[in-house]
Design a protein around this ligand. Structure first.
Ligand SMILES: Nc1ncnc2c1ncn2[C@@H]1O[C@H](COP(=O)(O)OP(=O)(O)OP(=O)(O)O)[C@@H](O)[C@H]1O
Ligand SMILES: [Mg+2]
Length: 263
């Protein structure tokens, strides 16, 4: 039986490329023959919208087929899995009700471990090679749950003047998580939306290079409008235009991630 590896995509800085990276790495892994479960952990529903149109995405709320319903009643997440259009790739959709998740978690016993508990039957079945969790841009009890359920965290960072803002808080938060869930490992920082012609790009890289808390992935994802077109079509770019620059970069990043996870 294969061991399921769980990877969180997190950064408290909004718009840093978490969802785009989780959606594309998940799809690229499935195309490379892995069995993957995506979990949309954000009330903005962006990961779900990466695979389904708005109508279908909202239907998961009505049907109760979403992460919020599962967590609220502390149910086995296996019952909330929805297949995507891609072989080997499933998803647990989010719900706009995730806006109230902090309030729901607060009174629960061992509230940092609710996601880990709800996910454990799926992990024990060993069907999935990877579970990828898209975190919201916050650092509260819910993101603590996501990290406590994960083996690795990948931090997408936008190569922009404000992209590094708050990164120190993020690492303080990760240290706190490690106190209660020592297995969590920072796999690395993935640079997204890079524009190498801009002078601040070089400056961002230099600053990150001085950052000895985490390694950088070699592959950088450059700015590419194909990413936005793919999202408009409810498809990850690796499926929408597989030979586009960003699709090729995402496949390369995925291979780096697979190599690291299997060391
Ligand atoms: N390589 C890219 N080229 C161009 N645009 C991109 C690229 N990657 C992401 N974007 C755009 O940047 C925006 C933010 O990306 P994304 O939603 O993945 O970030 P996020 O960290 O998940 O945001 P949030 O914190 O709101 O959850 C989106 O509009 C997306 O289309
Ligand atoms: Mg997002």
């Amino acid at each position: 039986m294969s061991k399921t590896r769980i990877i969180a995509f997190a950064n408290n800085k909004g718009g840093s490329g978490k969802t785009t990276t989780a959606a594309n790495v998940g799809c690229a892994m499935a195309k490379l023959g892995k069995r993957v479960l995506l979990i949309d952990g954000d009330m903005q529903l962006n990961l779900t919208l990466s695979y389904f149109d708005e109508e279908r995405t909202l239907s998961f709320l009505e049907e109760g087929k979403n992460i919020y319903t599962a967590l609220k009643s502390e149910k086995d997440l296996g019952d909330f899995i929805v297949p995507t259009d891609y072989d080997g790739l499933d998803i647990i959709p989010s719900s706009s009700l995730m806006s109230g998740i902090e309030f729901e978690l607060f009174p629960k016993w061992q509230r940092e471990f609710i996601l880990r508990k709800c996910l454990s039957p799926t992990v024990a079945r060993g069907y999935y090679d990877y579970i990828l969790i898209d975190a919201p841009p916050t650092l509260g009890c819910w993101v603590m749950n996501i990290m406590c359920a994960s083996d690795f965290v990948i931090i997408p960072v936008e190569a922009s003047p404000w992209g590094l803002f708050g990164l120190a808080n993020m690492f303080d938060f990760i240290s706190e998580v490690k106190n209660i869930s020592p297995r969590l490992e920072v796999m690395g920082i993935a640079i997204t939306k890079a524009d190498e012609r801009k002078s601040y790009f070089k400056q961002t890289l230099e600053t990150l290079g001085e950052f000895d808390t985490a390694r950088l992935f070699e592959t950088r994802i450059r700015v590419d409008s194909t990413v936005e077109w793919s999202q408009d079509n409810s498809q990850p770019v690796v499926a929408y235009k597989k030979y586009s620059r960003s699709a090729l970069e995402y496949v390369k990043l995925t291979k780096e991630i697979l190599e690291y996870a299997n060391r």
